[in-house]
Design a protein. Sequence first.
Lengths: 275, 267
Amino acid sequence: MTVKSKFDLRVIMIGAHPDDCELKAGATAALWAERGAQVQFVSLTNGDAGHHISGGGELARRRMAEASRSAEILGVDSLVLYYHDGELQPTIDVRRDVIRAIRRWKADLVFTHRPNDYHPDHRYASQVVQDAAYLVLVPNVCADVPPLEINPVFMYFPDHFRKPVPFIPDVIVDATAVMEKKVRSLDAMDSQMYEWLPWIDRQLDQVPKGKTERLEYLKKFWSKHFRSSANEFQDLLETRYGKARAAKVRYAEAFELCEYGRQPTREELWNMFPD
Amino acid sequence: MRIIMLGAHPDDCEYYAGGTAALWAAAGAKVQLVALTNGDAGHQSEGGGALARRRAAESRRSARILGVSWRTLDFHDGAIVPSLEVREAVIRAIRDWRAEVVISHRPNDYHPDHRYAGAVMQDAAYLVTVPNICPDTPRLKRNPVFLYFLDEFQKPAPFKADVTVDVDKVMDRKWAALDAMDSQVYEWIPWIEEKLDQVPAGAEERLEWLKSDLGPVFRRWTKNHAGALAGRYGARHAAKVEFAESFELCEYGSQPDRAEVWKIFPR
């Protein structure tokens, strides 16, 4: 098979909610996109439960608009499916939608949550993507969309859950250069970043009113999370980037290889990712 | 303190945690035992609605002995799946009880109803705080602490005791609570385990038989988690404990540290 350059790659990231791909992999997506790779963010649910005041179709429309604004900042494509937030199940319908989405994007790489992340929608999104990992090749499954000829590489977003097994990164990406862009892409999702997430975390009173001030708050709030991958996986960072550059990395995004789908060597895998 | 235990069948909470429930209740905590199914498949010669009614009556007797509340969500026995319908019923039950602590099976226990009860509890663990989910029932402002009952399965991971409770003081009550469920302890379970002929006829004799039959299992639970018991009670006290019940913290929901978990549970 022909080996594509990392910037000819087609990447699809499948999150449960509009904001999951952005939070877990926004910087890596931006780095790929800046150099010409084609990236699509898919949200399986429309996010219609993710607010304390608003809800239903009204909220879904608001979040879809936020997702497109955010995608535009990152230079990626955005697709929001129609399942209800908080109600995602690993059904054949969802699986078929995922198979079709992966095939239509002609994906070389597919990202999703691990099957033991905290939110049931994340866990079931993961299960469905795992279920699609082989079937995207099978012509008699979803016969309406041509199958992929090469099985994509499937990757997991990081999380901090340990049972039955903790997240183990297979690749890490220096996100320092595009952190500003990532934070701006989150800033575009104000229903989440300035309303719902602070509310459910009981810190709505800490969100400032002014646009500049709240962007600062957002940066401060999320920086510690985005720094944590760089700190936790320092060894991998040094292996991939060398000690000198690794020491300068402030923000990183890490990903784990899924056992289903194509199994590249470590070198091959690292060559696919932006550095 | 408000505690809800989600067992798959009427007798699961009593079996795994009857002693702890009784200790909590004696200390003034409000405990509700929930059977997700009505238990209508758990008998060799009875079944359906008649069996479900018999088991509800047994469970209420048993709950009175332990000093706790009881309810069933009335799904069919042997037919629990991790559907939205079951999840929503569980979310509403947790919210209705205003639970601070929620306990259910691990998702790798032996019975599919146990495994799916465990999965459904996990699925409820964040969503009980989300107001747009089941908007008919007010959300919980604080995410409860979620824990698992003990089991002896090893794959993908064995049960790990995060807290162990000495239940010797209330063991007579636990035995009485199980004794009250005669459709199970003297009929169905001995039948499926091919020892129905061992069950004596008289009320006192069969309770003695139950203790001799189940006692070794309960003592094994104590022995298998002797380390956790000694950690909480000290080695000298732990060495004297005959019966203990253990629980594992679930990663979803509030994450108290060990000292906080130990404080939540009765001593």
